[in-house]
Write a protein that binds this ligand. Structure first.
Ligand code: HAS
Length: 559
């Protein structure tokens, strides 16, 4: 195992080397990352606790959060909503400044986004910790939470919109001064991500503001769970690509820089990001395949487009695979041996490559979900958590770990603490998430139902599923070890390791000459997003509305 030696940077570290800009960057990005880490310090630990709770051989109750659904809600919301959003917004600010080589267009607005999001987390956290929001991270009706939960999450989203505005403003200011130049790939990808995120989150905003919040405040007494689910999944699927794109930014623009090689194809990468942006929203009915109120035609169309949205990931596998081949060959590898000539001993790189390998497993399970017929057997089984632990907690989170391992030292001006420990952390996560994800998947094939308190005393787990649920607890234990290592490395980097001022971030700064400018026709993309979603979602929503008793309500009474 050989670590990659830092290479001299061809681009200057930062064109605005004013101390004030760097200091404000450290505080701003550091604050986002801090809240993100705080969220996962609770959220991650609840993961193994869930695995123990559901393993028939253990049936161990979580001592603090005795109610299964409270712990599951905290686990999902803190990891999948709070950690991700804070991490992505902070990362996007950092990448925008560094690649465009200019300060953010409005530091005040950037701080406003932080304050709004933080207020949101406090409100939602209050509801979850006091057991008044046991509605899971997919919080549609008919389950109902305390109003602070909905208001809190709405504020997190509004804060992220403000953050998107800041990034767009910074890009437009840069664009004025660089009319003929393609935007750096990392910023291009983040703009696509924010555009998709803004469009998608309109669905959940409508759901929260017109249904869940008024309901929880007692302003309305009935609602329509089917419409609520439709509006949620308009947002819920693109949400997963909101998590994925920053990981792809790392693979496309940081990994090549860390290796000192050129990305195989910049134009192909841009096409992949555009495809994700356009096709990630009009496919969300694949979460509703078993819902009776939606037409077969809509289900078939959304199933078809779900396969289309896998194409940019296949393009990514090709593009990044070819880039890794270059890197492996540069390290002495041959036609096949480039694969094991990767920098397996470097935690920053190993985290990303191991993430890709787990993601490939998760991708295949996603394709199985997308099949209308297979989905009937897989939906609501533990196969689905198996899928998203290999995509989100595997591919995406492992890449975020790789990012954290260079970002934290830079923000703190200290070296990464105990590199061998960091490398061990990467491999324990890799092993743990594979064992956990695959055993959950297999238990699902044996009929284990997700989101049931199957660990409760007296609960029944089928004999066929039990060994796999027990194995998932073994995965959870390996992950627990990895979590302890992760926080040891993080705390050591923040407070213990030696001071080592760093300013050069491993990001490709300039777009290569072959970068196409047409990919930045944002008006065209916005028009396409609107048209595809009217065509794909319009009939679904129209068909679900209750034309007799009022659009947003059914005679379904809510407590
Ligand atoms: Fe998914 C449910 C379909 C991707 C997350 N998904 C979920 C849920 C979550 C989630 C959280 O069609 C559960 C929601 C809930 O709680 O109910 N998903 C897909 C499909 C894809 C997909 C087709 N999902 C993701 C990603 C996620 C994520 C990404 C998070 C980040 N998913 C579904 C469906 C459901 C679903 C249904 C509903 C299930 C149900 O019934 O409830 C695709 O986008 C996946 C494409 C990916 C690939 C893999 C490409 C491989 C790459 C790595 C290459 C490796 C290299 C390394 C280069 C085709 C890019 C080489 C290295 C060497 C050294 C050689």
């Amino acid at each position: 195992m050989q670590a990659v030696q830092p290479r001299p940077s061809s681009a200057p570290a930062l064109q605005f080397p004013k101390l004030s800009a760097l200091t404000s960057e450290r505080w701003l990005v550091g604050s986002f990352v801090f809240v993100a880490l705080l969220a996962i310090s609770i959220g991650l630990l609840l993961g193994p606790a869930q695995a123990y709770r559901r393993a028939p051989a253990l049936r161990w109750d979580i001592p603090v959060f005795s109610y299964y659904y409270q712990a599951l809600t905290l686990h999902g919301v803190l990891n999948a909503l709070v950690f991700t959003t804070f991490f992505i917004v902070g990362f996007a600010y950092f990448v925008t400044q560094r690649t465009l080589q200019r300060a953010l267009a409005s530091v005040q607005l950037a701080w406003a986004s932080f304050v709004i999001m933080l207020l949101g987390v406090v409100l939602a956290g209050y509801a979850m910790l006091t057991g008044q929001a046991n509605v899971l991270y997919t919080f549609y009706a008919p389950m109902l939470a305390h109003w602070t939960f909905y208001l809190g999450l709405a504020l997190v989203i509004v804060g992220s919109w403000v953050a998107a505005l800041v990034v767009f403003m910074t890009y437009f200011a840069w664009r004025k001064e660089h009319p003929g130049e393609a935007a750096p790939l990392a910023v291009f990808a983040l703009l696509a991500n924010y555009l998709m995120w803004f469009s998608a989150s309109l669905g959940v905003a409508v759901e929260v503001l017109t249904m869940l919040l008024p309901l929880s405040l007692g302003i309305i007494k009935t609602t329509d769970p089917q419409v609520s689910r439709i509006l949620f999944w308009f947002f819920g699927h693109p949400l997963v690509y909101f998590w994925l794109i920053p990981a792809y930014v790392s693979w496309y623009t940081m990994l090549p820089k860390q290796y000192g090689v050129k990305l195989f194809s910049d134009p192909l990468a841009r096409v992949a990001f555009l495809m994700i942006m356009i096709f990630s929203i009009p496919i969300g009915v694949h979460h509703l395949f078993v819902d009776p109120g939606i037409s077969e035609l809509a289900k078939a169309m959304h199933s078809l487009l779900t396969f289309v949205v896998a194409v940019p990931s296949l393009l990514t596998a090709f593009n990044i695979g070819a880039t890794l081949e270059k890197a492996g060959r540069a390290r002495g590898g041959g036609r096949i041996s480039w694969m094991w000539k990767q920098a397996w001993g470097d935690p920053l790189i190993a985290a990303q490559i191991c993430g890709m390998l787990v993601f490939a497993v998760g991708g295949v399970t996603g394709m199985a979900n997308a099949s209308f017929t297979l989905n009937n057997a897989l939906h609501n089984t533990t196969w689905v958590p198996g899928h998203f632990h290999t995509t989100l907690a595997g591919g995406v989170f492992m890449t975020y770990i790789g990012i954290l391992y260079w970002l934290l030292p830079m923000l703190r001006g200290r070296a990464l603490f105990a590199r061998p420990l960091a490398t061990a952390q990467v491999y324990t996560w890799f092993a743990g998430i594979l064992v956990f994800g695959m055993s959950m998947g297999r238990a699902g094939l044996e009929g284990a139902i997700r989101r049931t308190d199957s660990g409760a005393v007296g609960a029944y787990t089928s004999e066929a599923a039990a060994p796999w649920m027990n194995l998932s607890a073994v995965g959870g234990t390996i992950l627990l070890i990895s979590i302890i290592l992760l926080f040891t490395v993080i705390l050591g980097t923040l407070f213990v390791s030696k001071r080592e001022p760093q300013t050069a971030a491993p990001i490709l700064v300039r777009a290569p000459d072959e970068s196409p400018r047409w990919t930045e026709n944002w008006n065209v993309w916005v028009a396409l997003i609107i048209i595809t979603n009217i065509v794909m979602w319009g009939p679904v929503l129209f068909g679900a509305l209750n034309w007799v008793s009022g659009f947003w309500s059914t005679p379904y009474p809510m407590q």
